[in-house]
Every structure is written in C-alpha cells, then in structure tokens.
Write a protein that binds this ligand. Structure first.
Ligand SMILES: [Mn+2]
Length: 174
C-alpha cells in the first residue's frame, strides 16, 4: 500500500512526505524509491540502528532488510542505542546525488522530545543537529519519512514535530 502510494508520487514528479507510524514503513518507501528512481542515499537519523539481522521485517530490522534488498547507500546519524553502532549526531560529510531522509523522532534527545515509544538516553540529537545534517545533503531530497511520534497527554511535543515537518518541507522544496 505505502509502496504503491509513494511510487505514484515519485512517478508524478512529487516528493512524498510520510508521517508515521512505525519505522518498518520505511522499507516500503525504500522499495518504491528503488523501483522509480534507482538507488539513492538514505540518511537514517534515529537513536536505534534498526539493523537487527532477523528474518522478518519490523521497526528494528527494516534497515537491514532495506539495505540488503535495494542497494541504497545507507548513512546512519545519531545512532546511540548499541555501543558498537554509534553514529555522530550530525552528518560529518556531504552526501551528493539524490537522497531520502528517514527520520525517527527518538533521534532527538529525550530531554527535549519524550513523545516516542522507545526513548534512548542522551545525549541525543537537537533540532540544530538535524538542520546541520540536512544541510549536508547536497543533491535533491526526493522524499522524507518522519516516524515513531508517540504523543501522550502532557508530552505531545507538537511544536517540535511541526518544526521538523516544516524543515523537511523546506529541504524538499529548496
Ligand atoms: Mn527507527
């Protein structure tokens, strides 16, 4: 379903912005991107690497499956859940060519963004870290996934969600 909807957008020259939802949805966007435009650079900002090598697709294995099945270049940002899979909170190099942003809200430090299912203690990413990361993506940004927002009463973090959506739209349209 997601794969076909995203594919329709890409074939019409539109840049999809997916608001989720579980991060396993990004498998479908990575699939659609591969079908419609070929391989590209996926910038995966997340507290977790989501690369567990299990045979089934889930929110914590989608990056493994998408990386294996579609051949995109994978750029992890802000990973801090596993000591052997740490990534800087900002991209520290330029990414060229067409790209996609796959963003998990638990990338943000839980002190500033607690409204997620699986918070990971900081230090985590800040809005400025995300801005700096997007600025390193020099080619066309073809699409964005914004995932794993889990609002609770008193912890909606709506302002930061809206800031992130606006920032992503600006980047797509630049
Ligand atoms: Mn994730």
């Amino acid at each position: 379903m997601v794969r076909f909807a995203i594919g329709d957008c890409l074939r019409d020259g539109l840049s999809p912005l997916l608001l989720g939802g579980d991060h396993s949805l990004s498998y479908a966007t990575a699939w659609a991107a591969r079908e419609c435009v070929g391989t590209l650079a996926v910038v995966h900002a997340d507290a977790h690497h989501d690369s567990y090598q299990v045979p089934y697709l889930s929110n914590y294995s989608f990056a493994y499956h998408a990386g294996r099945d579609f051949g995109h270049q994978w750029h992890g940002v802000g990973w801090r859940h596993e000591p052997d899979q740490l990534r800087s909170r900002r991209l520290e190099y330029d990414v060229r060519g067409p790209s996609w942003l796959s963003f998990d809200f638990d990338y943000f430090d839980p002190e500033i963004f607690p409204a997620v299912r699986f918070p990971v203690p900081g230090p985590g990413g800040t809005p400025e870290d995300l801005d700096a990361t997007i600025d390193r993506m020099k080619g066309p940004l073809l699409g964005v996934d914004l995932l794993e927002w889990m609002p609770a009463p008193g912890a909606e973090n709506s302002d930061l969600v809206m800031r992130t959506v606006v920032r992503a739209l600006e980047a797509v349209l630049r």
